[in-house]
Design a protein around this ligand. Structure first.
Ligand SMILES: [Zn+2]
Length: 351
């Protein structure tokens, strides 16, 4: 049987490049098992061909010879010569590069254990340290569950600093024109920034007079456009849930302590603090001593004296980071634990 050329190239123009016409009437009576097995079989052949394509793309990308045509990047060359969208071309180059960097990925794809669809999801998170684990996850997880499986694994295995670096690297804003003439803007933002941006959009949505019949999505579009074109001055409240298992935005997006700390310095953040039974903690900022519930959260957060280099764990005292006498509130973000000597040293220095 003649193998079929996929991803119809517009270059050649020979009949070998065209799809093999199927007599549709012949399919009408085809047993469903046969139809299914033909679909699965063809998908396998497509995957094998895609693998071959990516190997070639990787080679062209690595030798840099695409530049001689005047293309600005290997992806641009692909987009022009193979008549595919720029986003698809970029994604092919990304996967092709990862296949060169991580031979494990290359092998798994060559053996048909990881499809291109899965690889596309996978490559954004791959590193020399996690490649074996993530490839195992990709092989054993169905494609539609892979994103969640990777996020869960990363959440369990990454330090806060690693997560911050990875997310910060992945930030970006792009826009493109759709066939209906609309401009689609895509923003990839770190949880803290994304949470703040969404809060600003929603606070604008509430403040505006909605045109009759406008959907929520339309009102948000109006709010976003108004904020962006009329400049700042918008105050929005971002609600962050602080729980024993970590911090999260209202919609469940996890947010690290570090990101929260950066957030707190200049934002209008309202902390909704939960104790280990998920009950919101009632913080009362102008009483001097922390509540029992606040203490529990502070204990969790500061298992040892917070003075740099001090590892004392016994008889720790609750300390207002910004002193109570100087207006520091008795709220979680202003509380830490210090050992007795360091607490006294700090009070003395403040006087
Ligand atoms: Zn200490």
């Amino acid at each position: 049987m003649k193998t079929q050329d996929v991803g119809a190239s517009h270059d050649g123009g020979s009949t070998g490049d065209r799809a093999r016409p199927r007599e549709r009437s012949a399919l009408t009576g085809m047993p469903v098992e046969q139809l299914e097995s033909e679909i699965v079989g063809l998908t396998r052949r497509l995957n094998a061909n895609t693998y071959e394509l990516l190997v070639l793309v990787g080679e062209l990308d690595a030798n840099g010879k695409w530049a001689r045509t005047g293309a600005l990047s290997c992806a641009a060359w692909l987009s022009q010569r193979c008549d595919i969208e720029m986003s698809s071309a970029r994604s092919q180059v990304r996967v092709a590069r990862a296949m060169q960097t991580y031979p494990q990925l290359d092998v798994a794809m060559a053996q048909g254990e990881i499809s291109y669809a899965k690889a596309r999801v996978l490559v954004a998170s791959l590193s020399a340290e996690n490649v074996d684990d993530l490839i195992h996850i990709a092989i054993t997880t169905p494609a539609d569950l892979l994103t969640t499986a990777i996020a869960t694994w990363l959440n369990r295995h990454e330090s806060e600093d690693e997560a911050r670096k990875r997310q910060s690297k992945a930030r970006g804003v792009r826009w493109r024109t759709e066939p209906d003439g609309m401009i689609v803007i895509t923003a990839r933002l770190t949880p803290a920034v994304g949470g703040a941006v969404c809060a600003v959009i929603d606070s604008g949505t509430k403040a505006m007079n909605a045109p009759a019949g406008a959907t929520l999505a339309q009102q948000r579009a109006d709010s976003l456009a108004h904020t962006m074109t009329h400049g700042g001055g918008v105050c929005a409240e971002v609600v962050v849930h602080v729980t024993e298992e970590g911090n999260r935005l209202n919609d469940g997006t996890p947010i690290s302590d570090h990101a929260l700390g950066e957030f707190l310095s200049d934002a209008f953040v309202s902390l909704l603090i939960h104790d280990n039974k998920r009950n919101p903690i009632d913080a009362s900022p102008r009483r001097r001593s922390p509540t029992r519930r606040q203490k529990r959260v502070v204990d969790e957060k500061y298992p040892q004296c917070h003075h740099p280099g001090c590892n004392a764990r016994d008889f720790l005292e609750y300390d207002h980071i910004n002193p109570y006498a100087q207006g520091g509130d008795t709220v979680l973000e202003n509380l830490q634990r210090l050992c007795d000597p360091h607490n006294r040293a700090k009070s003395k220095a403040a006087r």
